[in-house]
Write a protein that binds this ligand. Structure first.
Ligand code: R1P
Ligand code: MN
Ligand code: MN
Length: 405
């Protein structure tokens, strides 16, 4: 009986989005630029990695061929042909270049509305929203109230936050309200509590997510964010592939932040994990446990949060190489009628300006011991991924996308 395993390599875009101009992202290409920089010796870091990007397993599944299809250019060191499985390119119809938009569309539900965003002003948040938040959450005030990178703003305001008990509230180009506070001084449960209050206040503004960003350490030099991040997200507007598989009486394993992204909807097994090695292990464990017709979905967030937003090219390259080095384990764990899909939710080119996501097309790399090799072309919506998995799992067709199987 069939099963499906869907790995979202968060932010591993492959350039070529036809509407990138609307986002100021023309020419961005996360995977392609990392390969180029590595080839030019610009992704070396002592003790971490050096030289050209070493990703033979992703290359065999067609990452090079997909990038060539997406942008017209084959990055150095990658192959123009795949050696197994099906490869192609996904193009997003949803307007946001953010995690929920990408994930919902992949799971068959393009976002039919525009998210709310906070302006590039200081303060960025509406004063009446903050006033109500402070009152309901019983806070002495807030810090931040601007667009910022999460690690930078903790270094800047973390000490003051500990001293005053005021949480750090900030946003980005995405539809987010993020709250950073110290895990023990402020308290993790208290942080979750105020995030829930913020979520109730921001959801009517169509803000996609409130994100709890706990950190530890005692001064600017030692502050570090922990794995206790939690996303409070608006629920998808229609049943996703997760809901559909659950409604059919089958298992849905949500690994990493998947459950948060779909507001817990359609999830039968929620599994948390921190860091690429653990997320990979948890995925392999789920593949061992999963019953017939199960859908296993993992979000590998570190590509995005640790390397993309941090504009860390060597770090991103090393993360891709790590994932690649473990891919043979996942392939070896596949049963004859398992389907493995590797893809991404948006781009986050670490060679690009700023610290935000980039509007890009995504790779679609599909492998099953029972499928032959072929090209599936440029798909005009990410929803084709969800529809293909639905078909594989024997579900009734949904209302968006077409199967490429
Ligand atoms: O800079 P950090 O806190 O990692 O924030 C990033 O993480 C958010 C969620 O992915 C994005 O919207 C971006 O702002
Ligand atoms: Mn993402
Ligand atoms: Mn991100």
């Amino acid at each position: 009986m069939p099963r499906a395993i869907l790995c979202i390599l968060d932010s591993v875009g492959i350039g070529g989005a036809p509407d990138a101009d609307k986002y100021g992202d023309v020419g961005s290409n996360t995977f392609g630029h990392i390969a180029e920089w590595a080839h030019a010796g610009k992704a070396d870091r002592e003790g971490l990695r050096s030289g050209p990007l070493n990703v033979p397993n992703l290359d065999a599944l067609g990452i090079g061929a997909a990038i060539k299809l997406s942008t017209g250019t084959l990055p150095p060191g990658l192959s123009a042909t795949a050696k197994g499985g099906r490869f192609g390119v996904g193009r997003e119809v949803s307007n946001g270049k953010d995690t929920p938009s990408g994930h919902w569309e992949i799971a068959g539900v393009p976002v039919p509305f525009d998210w709310g965003y906070f302006p590039h002003t200081e303060p960025t948040f509406p004063p009446d929203l903050i006033e109500e938040f402070i009152k309901r959450a019983k806070l002495p005030g807030i810090l931040g109230d601007k667009h910022a990178s999460g690690t930078t703003i903790i270094a800047e305001l973390g000490e003051e936050s500990i001293r005053t008990g005021k949480p750090i509230c900030y946003t980005s180009i995405d539809s987010v309200f993020q709250i950073a506070a110290h895990e023990s001084h402020f308290g993790l449960e208290r942080l979750y509590e105020i995030c829930q209050i913020a979520f109730e206040l921001t959801a009517p503004l169509m803000i996609g997510r409130v994100i709890a960003r706990p950190f530890v350490g005692e001064d600017a030099a030692s502050f570090k964010r922990t794995g206790n991040r939690r996303d409070f997200a608006i629920a998808p507007p229609e049943p996703t592939l997760l809901d559909r598989n659950q409604a059919a009486g089958h298992q849905v394993y949500a690994i990493g932040k998947i459950s948060d992204i779909y507001a817990g909807h359609g999830v039968t097994h929620k599994i948390k994990g921190t860091g690429l090695p653990q997320l990979f292990d948890k995925t392999l464990e789920a593949m061992e446990m999963a019953a017939d017709n199960a859908f296993v979905m993992t979000n590998f967030v570190d590509f995005d949060s640790e390397y993309g937003h941090r504009r860390d090219v060597p770090g991103y390259a090393a993360a891709l190489e790590y994932f690649d080095s473990r891919l043979p384990e996942m392939i070896a764990a596949l049963r004859h009628d398992d389907l493995l899909v590797l893809t991404a939710d948006h781009g986050n080119d670490p060679t690009w300006t700023g610290t935000d996501h980039t509007r890009e097309q995504i790779p679609i790399l599909v492998f099953s011991p029972s499928l032959g090799q072929s090209e599936i072309g440029i798909r005009t919506t990410f929803a084709d991924i969800g529809e293909s998995i639905a078909l594989w799992l024997g579900l009734v067709p949904g209302s968006h996308g077409k199967s490429f199987l």
